[in-house]
Ligand binder design. Structure first.
Ligand code: UDP
Ligand code: MG
Length: 331
């Protein structure tokens, strides 16, 4: 008998859970939820939506109520975190609550087009375990920034055994077994792009163009983006530590050569009391490099500190479960 990929064994109707991490996105959700319901119904899957309120302070409950009244059934699980834990933690909370045969993660701000969902489901049905949507061009992102990002990823993760695509983020569909594997990764510093890539599995990439937000503005400020970049580097690569060692070695070799040169100069030409400018600037340069290297090491130490505390990733304040997929299942 021919061996088939595990997820080709299924027959009949399959179910899909959609995870939406949201932070004050009520106006966008009011538009997104009916769209999502209509699209999923057309795709012929049983579905549920898991909305994770990441410490927001808007009228989300009201929006969900209106959605329920409009649909006649709600089919939504609402998870309320006790405060804002960040998108990655909210996503993880949502993933843990899903029950579908596959899970689709998307933003709640309307930037991820629901029109792409049938394609994602189609790829999953054709046997892919993970279907990632990759942004062709980011809104408001210059060509130069895009190029820098690609270079950065290419350099940082070159020669790893897995590839982290620069532009495929959290908008992706994962088979249940991928979700199970993802939930088994225990780290607190969740660089999701890296985790998805590390997992492996048969993956397909679908390009898409992100839309504008339905309402509100991006929750990620420049400071958070820089933090995310630092996380991406230190959570997934020890390359900076190696670069510190290489820099140390190179500077030592340069210092040795310069020392030999000064020795030769003194022996051949005679001793001249000069070079204080070289000394001063050399010392300043080296102190700068040393502090930079300490900073890199401290960044890793900080990660180790976070991990050793073993705190949960998020705290759930409330769970309201109206999902049809969960009927009869313990909450
Ligand atoms: N988000 C969240 N917690 C946060 C920040 C963001 O749940 O601390 C949600 C946000 O509501 C949205 C998604 O994550 O649904 C993506 O955030 P945003 O649109 O601000 O990011 P961008 O699209 O600018 O990368
Ligand atoms: Mg957005």
């Amino acid at each position: 008998m021919a061996i088939q990929p595990a997820n080709l064994h299924w027959s009949g109707r399959r179910s899909l859970s959609v995870v939406l991490p949201v932070l004050n996105e009520a106006p966008s959700l009011a538009v997104l939820l009916p769209n999502l319901a209509a699209t999923l119904a057309r795709c012929g899957v049983d579905w549920e939506v898991v909305v994770v309120d990441d410490g927001g302070s808007d009228n989300l409950a009201e929006v969900l109520q209106q959605f329920e009244q409009h649909q006649g059934h709600c089919n939504v699980q609402l998870l309320r975190l006790s405060r804002n834990f960040g998108k990655e933690a909210a996503l993880t909370a949502g993933l843990a609550a899903t029950r579908g045969d596959a899970v689709l993660c998307m933003d709640g701000d309307g930037q991820h087009p629901v029109e792409l969902i049938p394609t994602l489901i189609e790829r999953w049905r054709s046997g892919y375990d993970m279907v990632a949507a990759a942004q062709t061009t980011r809104a408001h992102e210059s060509a130069l920034l895009g190029w820098c990002k690609r270079r950065f990823y290419g350099f940082m993760y070159a020669r790893e055994r897995y590839v982290i695509p620069a532009n495929a983020g959290d908008f992706r569909l994962m088979d249940r077994r991928v979700v199970q594997a993802l939930m088994r990764l225990p780290e607190r510093t969740r660089f999701m792009k890296g985790l998805y890539a590390w997992l492996g599995f048969k993956t397909s990439i679908v390009p898409f163009r992100a839309g504008e937000r339905t309402a509100g503005e991006s929750k990620f400020r420049l400071r958070q983006l820089l933090g995310l970049a630092a996380l991406g580097v230190t959570a997934f690569s020890v390359k900076p530590l190696r670069m510190v060692s290489v820099a140390g070695a190179l500077i030592s070799v340069a210092a040795l050569c310069y020392g030999l040169y000064i020795m030769a100069e003194t022996l051949i030409i005679g001793n001249r009391v000069s070079g204080w400018a070289t000394l001063a600037s050399g010392m300043m340069l080296l102190s700068g490099i040393q502090l930079l290297c300490l900073g890199v090491i401290a960044e890793y130490l900080g990660r180790v500190f976070e991990e050793t505390k073993q705190r949960p990733l998020y705290v759930l304040e409330e769970r309201v479960d109206h999902s049809a997929l969960g009927q009869g299942a313990p909450v």
